[in-house]
Design a protein around this ligand. Sequence first.
Ligand code: IPM
Ligand code: MG
Length: 368
Amino acid sequence: MIKIKKRKFLLLPGDGIGPEVIGEVKKIINWFNNKKSLDFEIEEELVGGSAYEKHGMPITDEVFYKALESEAVILGAVGGPKWDNLEFSKKPERALLKLRKELKLFANLRPAICFKQLVDASSLKPELVSGLDIMFVRELTGGIYFGEPRGIKPIDNGERKGINTHVYTTSEIERVARVAFDLARKRNNKVTSCEKSNVMEAGQLWKEEVQSIHEKEYKDVELNHMLADNCAMQLVRNPKQFDVIVTDNLFGDMLSDEAAMLTGSLGLLPSASLGAKDKNGNMRSLYEPVHGSAPDIAGKGIANPIATILSFAMALKYTLDLDKEAETLEKAVQNVLDEGLRTKDILSNGTKEVSTSTMGDAIISKLQ
Ligand code: IPM
Ligand code: MG
């Protein structure tokens, strides 16, 4: 018998609906393990508000080092109203930002695909979104999210000043642009780069560096530059004009939420955060659904596990190079949607409402 390589994944369910949706991924991992087609070694740890409750901090050093040593991290969601008023450094979101920054996960891939079964769930007209398939590449470890100086400081007149700094260097722009161009070559060969070069120097640099890497290495790929505000408008005017969109951390945060809603269902969208490849072709990675912790529906068994399951499929594809297994899982999701099974968030006339775990089980039954 051929010996299958052990794969070390760390699961961080987090807060709100995180544990419920990660629960369904655990079932899928068990399915692969039982079938002996893959051999996953899974560890599970606290992150976000749930880690704060136990340890007084959103991620412990121990968990952070486990993340460093895993092949991939699969995260549910962090945050909730319970922790809104914590001091900044203790907020659940700090754990996620620390993982992104210190694992050097600079490229955040967020596919916005409109599933044909859900065309009617979009707030846009069906003809605008049917067949929609955009890949967002969001820069994830730079820009205003991490720039220094930052903070809140008292100033002379009794007022306070809040400071954040939007900053990018050539190499930060180049490496994320390369990810976008490489992806475009495997898709429709078109990249749109978004910034505010009309207002910000860092935006002007972004545009110039993307242009220059294009001229040097990617002349075969079509490149357009677009101001980020125009991009926000074009996304609702004619979203199918886009193939790959590459943009900075903050614009990527906002534009990807906007695009997600075009697909009708935040509950279906996965994401991958990737680092650079080392000389053996390995890289650090973290996978998470685009939706948040949805505290209002947590614990009710109604959350949609598909975004997290598709995030796991992205892990199979990008971290393990198992394209075939990833496709099988994506197909299983499609089949279940074809059969009309829906969680509450994507329920429509003529479809059948199922719980989080029934959805997970149905997907697994299609894997057989
Ligand atoms: C996202 C989220 C995060 C972000 C939050 C939870 C810190 O909105 O992943 O899009 O702003 O990056
Ligand atoms: Mg966001």
